[in-house]
Design a protein around this ligand. Structure first.
Ligand code: G6P
Length: 606
């Protein structure tokens, strides 16, 4: 949450570069934003409440002069979204400016002491940092990086920070502890930001800063050292394969729609993961006595689907636990014989990282699935499998979900082979079908997008929805329901269809929309029964079902037909219509699906 960026450039104005980078980081938070530069020995600052485009229209960020600067887009934790609480935060003398992502846990204590000598204007935890640095620099006459290091030794909490000071108008100082921060190496310019896509138009040469490290960045040199030990760290430059175009809308009105359309490509990329990597992952899982899958949000739904795949294909027992509940629900259960399969597209979700740390402390082995190279999750893991979706910018996860499913299917099939639990010919058939899923998803979009849009437009103003599925389709229903809630702000619930008669059915009245995920698998007969129950109460039935299933078609008011696949792969083929449905419902209601209110893509607070 919160996006930060720093630029030091020898030849160009920093502010327009920061402004563009902030737009690419806006998925991390968008309740206020600001930029500070140094020009003629002064901090020049523009910040305001609102989205970046609204603020820019009002204040024109690009008019800020200076070749060095920092920027921030905020997701409020301490203090309401407001101009005063927006970052950058400055010291009393207006010589030091700071942007921060994370939470300073001991800020009240620090503030109480500093407030005796310093003038605090905001409610943020961040504001203690510029005042601390100001005080240290004034007392000891040290340089910015030394003052920052000393200040950070007093600070408890999580942070990615970038700091500028008029006394050193060619220097960015940045530091990281449990909030993401990368450094970009340019030509006569260097950068830092919360993620790689923010920097792609400027450079693809990236240094991944580790927790507990800080950097002093000039336009032509970068020095990295540990915050506590002052030990110099040799920077390792990674050349990333993501292109700048991947982080742009490419003609689509929203990133979310672009990313839904990119799913066939993302699936193709992920299905090409080297068989050795899949085999190694499957073997680690096979060697464990206890297997827990942990994740948050959409990734948790992939984890739930993974559990069905593992059990059905390879008779592998596992439990899928929401990461924020992990330590509580597995207290006394984790030991050296346990493996954790952690799933996170960003690799930075605090809840998931916390679950991993808890499991590691208790001796478990960590295997992770993530989409972001060098992300924190990969550094905490014994083994990481990288999905190949390219950068995902839309807040609501789409293409990263589908590739998580594909990688879980690859692992489950490999495990089935290792454990000899499924017939070889069946394994081969499912594998072949898995490799057909990019084509199926592509055809579904081509064939049905306008039908789905029409259905979404028709029902976009219904206040409540129910999503039902059986077996693995329950997880597809959960994901479809989450998408509708997240971006269209329509209340919806997902249930195993069989369970609906124990509660949710009480909600049904004439015209209540119920979305059934009903692919042609061995739950079909039963789900037809559930459709009948809802129909008998005059619900409106919208179904995602096999295109040749005339029985379900007859029972449905609207049906989106998908080609039949082996049941276990159905989340991959059934989820796209649900993503498109949510997208068009959101746009019909006038909402921006890329920036749903109160949400952020990467949730780095617990
Ligand atoms: C946030 C996002 C969701 C995402 C979840 C987990 O809540 O808004 O779209 O599914 O975090 O993110 P992760 O990066 O760990 O998959």
């Amino acid at each position: 949450m919160c996006g930060i960026v720093g630029v030091v450039d020898r030849n160009n104005l920093a502010s327009p570069i920061i402004h563009e980078a902030l737009k690419r980081l806006e998925y991390r938070g968008y309740d206020s934003a600001g930029i500070a530069t140094i020009y003629q020995n002064k901090i020049c600052l523009k910040k305001e409440k609102g989205k970046i485009s609204e603020i820019h229209e009002k204040l024109d960020f690009n008019k800020l002069l200076g070749t060095i600067g920092i920027g921030h887009t905020r997701w409020a934790t301490h203090g309401l979204p407001s101009k005063t609480n927006a970052h950058p935060q400055v010291d009393c003398t207006n010589k030091i400016a700071v942007v921060h992502n994370g939470i300073i846990e001991n800020f009240l204590e620090l503030r109480e002491d500093l407030a005796k000598r310093h003038n605090f204007v905001s409610e943020t935890d961040t504001e203690v940092i510029p005042h601390l640095i100001e005080e240290i620099m004034a007392k000891t006459k040290c340089d910015l990086h030394t003052a920052t290091r000393r200040a950070l030794q007093k600070v408890k909490g999580t942070y990615a920070l970038v700091i500028i000071c008029t006394k050193e108008s060619d220097t960015l100082v940045c530091a990281r502890n449990e909030s993401p921060l990368v450094i970009g190496v340019g030509k006569n310019a260097n950068y830092c930001a919360s993620d790689i896509p923010a920097l792609l138009p400027m450079t693809r040469k990236i240094i991944l800063l580790s927790d507990g490290e800080m950097a002093t960045i000039h336009h032509d040199k970068i020095r990295i050292e540990t915050i506590n030990g002052e030990v110099e760290v040799q920077p390792k430059i990674v050349n990333v394969s993501w292109t700048p175009e991947m982080a742009q809308k490419g003609g689509y009105p929203h990133f979310m729609l672009k990313e839904i359309h990119e799913q066939p490509h993302a699936l193709n990329g992920t299905l090409m993961i080297r068989p050795e990597v899949i085999n190694k992952t499957a073997n680690v899982l096979n060697d464990s006595e206890k297997l827990y899958i942990t994740a948050a949000g959409t990734s948790h739904h992939a984890g739930l689907a993974g559990r069905y795949m593992l059990s059905k294909l390879s008779a592998m027992q596992s439990q899928a636990i929401i990461s924020s509940e992990f330590s509580e629900s597995t207290a006394n259960l984790i030991d050296e014989d346990t493996t954790i399969l952690a799933i996170s597209q960003s690799g930075e979700t605090a809840d998931t990282l916390n679950a991993i740390k808890f499991a590691k402390d208790n001796g478990a082995k960590i295997v992770s699935i993530t989409n972001v190279m060098g992300s924190t999750i990969s550094r905490l893991s014994d083994l990481t499998l990288y999905t190949q979706a390219g950068p995902e910018i839309g807040v609501a996860a789409t293409k990263t979900f589908i590739v998580q499913l594909a990688s879980l299917a690859l692992i489950s099939l490999q495990l089935a082979e290792i454990r000899g639990m499924t017939d070889n010919s069946e394994i081969e058939q499912i594998r072949e079908e898995l490799f057909q899923t990019p084509r199926i998803v592509e055809n579904t979009i081509k064939k049905h997008e306008s039908l789905i849009r029409d259905i979404a437009y028709e029902y976009a103003y219904k206040p409540n929805f129910l999503y039902l599925g059986r077996g693995i389709s329950t997880t597809t229903a959960m994901e479809g329901s989450l998408k509708l809630k997240e971006i269209a702000y329509i209340h919806s619930e997902a249930y195993p269809a069989g369970e609906s008669k124990h509660g949710a059915i009480a909600l049904i009245e004439p015209g209540f929309p119920v979305v059934f995920i009903a692919p042609h698998d061995d739950t079909r007969e039963r789900i037809i029964g559930n459709i009948m129950e809802m129909k008998a109460r005059e619900a409106t039935i919208i179904s995602v079902a096999d295109e040749n299933d005339y029985e379900i078609k007859k029972l449905s008011h609207k049906m989106i037909g998908i080609p039949s696949t082996m049941g276990i792969l159905s989340p991959i083929t059934c989820v796209t219509p649900l993503q498109l449905f949510a997208y068009y419902a959101a746009t019909k209601r006038g909402y921006d699906p890329d920036k749903p209110r109160n949400l952020a893509k990467s949730v780095t607070v617990l």
